[in-house]
Design a protein around this ligand. Structure first.
Ligand code: HH2
Length: 264
């Protein structure tokens, strides 16, 4: 899953895909480099980022969704949003699925909108609201962070089912770096098979994140390519089915090796 933030303020690719032409060029390159899913977002969750009104988010993402669907028909398009209104318009514009970093917590209508469209949904674990969900404000767990994250994900699965979503429409994501210290994120990556054992495809997104910076000592997010690729390769070995990444070609290389080594 290639990441396309149509935002001026995302922590590592802010401003790089602001025009439709730039986003499209990135989509075409991502497809050539081996991405099968293209995740388009119009609101950053960087700690302290300014929340974006729905109208602005829509103005950023809808033209990109329409153009990517027109010009890259082979890509599965996901809309990265916590707002049901944005999800609805994006699905109407041709997006196939919703990637909600609040896992359906922040907008009561989200699961209904996804169900009405017969779409898929990534249910990511986080806590708090957009400005603080990627901070440590809510990073308080008892000794078993994996059990708590799994329980909170399953609570959202229950809500999804109540809205009529079937399990085959859902992907779960432990939310690396969201309301988690690096120790919490590491525990989830080490014990990823426990998340996988919930029975849903699992997505992992560690691309260029603080965790990778802390482990490698690389301060510039855009230069955290090798550390991110290693985390993702190991996550794939431990059962992740979708990897969300900024650097598609490096990620593909890492995954090709990791998957080959797993095959018997
Ligand atoms: N991480 C980010 C955004 N969306 N979606 C899923 N499913 N999983 C993730 O780990 C995830 C996500 C944050 O990264 P990024 O989009 O690069 O930054 P920003 O929020 O600043 O736009």
């Amino acid at each position: 899953m290639a990441i396309c933030n149509v935002t001026p303020d995302s922590f590592s690719d802010g401003g790089q895909h602001e025009s439709v032409a730039m986003a499209l060029q990135f989509a075409e390159q991502a497809q050539r480099d081996g991405a099968t899913i293209f995740d388009i977002g119009g609101e950053s969750t960087r700690p302290g980022a300014t929340p974006v009104p729905a109208e602005l988010e829509l103005a950023r993402v809808i033209p990109v969704i329409e153009e990517v669907r027109r010009r890259c028909p082979g890509l599965i398009v996901t809309i990265d949003t916590v707002k049901a209104e944005v999800a609805r318009a994006a699905l109407r514009a041709g997006a196939h699925a919703v990637n909600d970093v609040s896992g359906g917590r922040l907008d009561a209508a989200m699961f209904d909108v996804v169900a009405e469209h017969g779409a898929g949904m990534v249910v990511m674990h986080s806590r708090g609201d957009v400005p603080d969900m990627a901070s440590l404000a809510h990073a308080h767990y008892d000794e078993d962070v994996v059990a708590q994250v799994c329980a909170e994900l399953l609570a959202q699965v229950t809500r999804a089912r109540l809205s009529g979503l079937t399990d085959d429409a859902l992907v779960l994501d432990p939310g690396i770096g969201f309301a988690k210290t690096s120790a919490h994120s590491l525990a989830l990556l080490r014990e990823l098979p426990r998340v996988v054992s919930l029975g849903f495809p699992v997505l992992v997104g560690a691309s260029r994140k603080r965790l990778v910076g802390e482990l490698t000592g690389v301060a510039d997010p855009a230069r955290r390519v090798i550390g991110s690729a290693v985390v993702h390769a190991i996550a794939a070995q431990r059962g992740a089915r979708i990897i969300r990444a900024h650097d598609v070609s490096a990620t593909r290389e890492a995954l090709a090796v990791a998957v080959a080594l797993e095959q018997r």
